[in-house]
Design a protein around this ligand. Sequence first.
Ligand code: ACM
Ligand code: ZN
Length: 521
Amino acid sequence: MKTRHLLLLVLFIVSFQLLTAQPNINLIPKPLSLERTKGVFKITSSTMISVSKNLNNKAKQLKNFLEPALGFELPVTNKLTQRNCIELKLEPSTKESGKEGYQLDIKPDKVVLTANDEKGIFWGIQTIRQLLPSQILRGAVVKDISWELPCMLISDKPRFKWRGLMLDCSRTFISKEQIKRYLEVMSYFKMNVLHLHLTDDQGWRLEILKYPELTGICSKFHESFKEPSEFQGYYSQDDMREIIEFAGQRNIEIIPELEMPGHSSEIFAAFPTLSCKGDTSKIHPFFKGPSVHNEILCAGNEANFRFIENILDEVVTLFPSPYVHIGGDEAPKKHWKECPKCQNRIKEEGLKDENELQSWFVKRIEKYLNTKGKKLIGWDEITEGGLSSSATVMYWRGWVKDVPEKVAGLGNNLIMTPTSSCYFDYNYETTSTEKVYSFNPVAVAFGAEKSEKILGVQANFWSHIDRTSSAIDKQLFPRLIALSETAWSSNDNKDWNEFKIRLKTIKKSLDIIGIYYFNEQ
Ligand code: ACM
Ligand code: ZN
């Protein structure tokens, strides 16, 4: 090849790479497809937001996200505008991208964000926020900056429909304000489920109007432990409505979890007769007593079902989510074995053993939930003793290898939260961000690309070790950001080394938002 040709070829490759290389595209999670084009769109004081009337609320959200740092107004118009505008558009022809997918077309004179549904528009707005300089996240005017969006065409949709985080609000009460901080960050990374573990041996955290003792007594550690007041408490139903609304505005569903029949000893601090042996409990911090209690809700006592149903009546009215999580994990059967009422129930119902009694218990609760139009989720122990045909299983015991095949074989849905990659109470030596990022839920479940029946993935944060706000931040971040890409982006699109570069830049956004994160070596 002649030197001139070689030079031309090198020039061509370099300019092609300059055009397509994306050192300044720091989107997390990575979109399904992204094509860089030439130029930039500049947001200036004469830029408008153009929407049809049914998207006025999304336009308002976009304004609220951008205006504080811009320092000028972005007027909203319902007229079609041709130039210098960001247009938000619902278009049913983009059906294959589902409710959450969107297209974002950024040209020098106009930005067009199209989706089938408001949900997709909201995720597209998060993409716009991430494409702007990170200072856009500041709550006050930022001067001397050019607010540019690089031109590109994005077509995006999520890999999984369940992209979750669980917060254990029982071992340590997590304040409403802190929950809102996490909802903000979750939505920035397109995560859409916040599962609240509201009850456990360390405290009942949700106001139930019919049983004021649950919060009056069962939300408090026994005074002898002198626990700090901020680690205990509860959400009033008004607090919870506020959280649900705040989450809903950010495309996030709140899933309530109420533990039964085990991990329920806090109830016996006020209602001892609901246990098999009339036990009372001194509610203790996690490390000041057994991590799993033998005390358990009696399955032979009809009064227990009235109690649970009365509670569920309030829960199903309060939470709009289609699911209620009933726990079901780590329920020791010792007291059921020794309890005449439970043994009588086993006989009457023709059950084989205490595992079948748990299954009978869960199925009875599920039937009740179904009459209220709700679906049941339980930890994977609900597969023992017989799984109902409709329950959704949250898989956490990764060492019980056959659970996913068994659940999918029965036609039930699964949510993947194995301890090995999804337990964010574990330290970073055990579960590094790279390990979380490399987790492929489909391969872990089935050893192959067989994804139907997997609703999605979730990180679980248990609050027995790290309890202060900044310590919890560091357990969650940056691992939750890595999980957001596992949950949203296609597996073929993932690359740890390239993700690390994007993550480095995204950490600047966390600094601005005021979220702590762990720095791995
Ligand atoms: C669990 O970690 N016991 C669900
Ligand atoms: Zn009993």
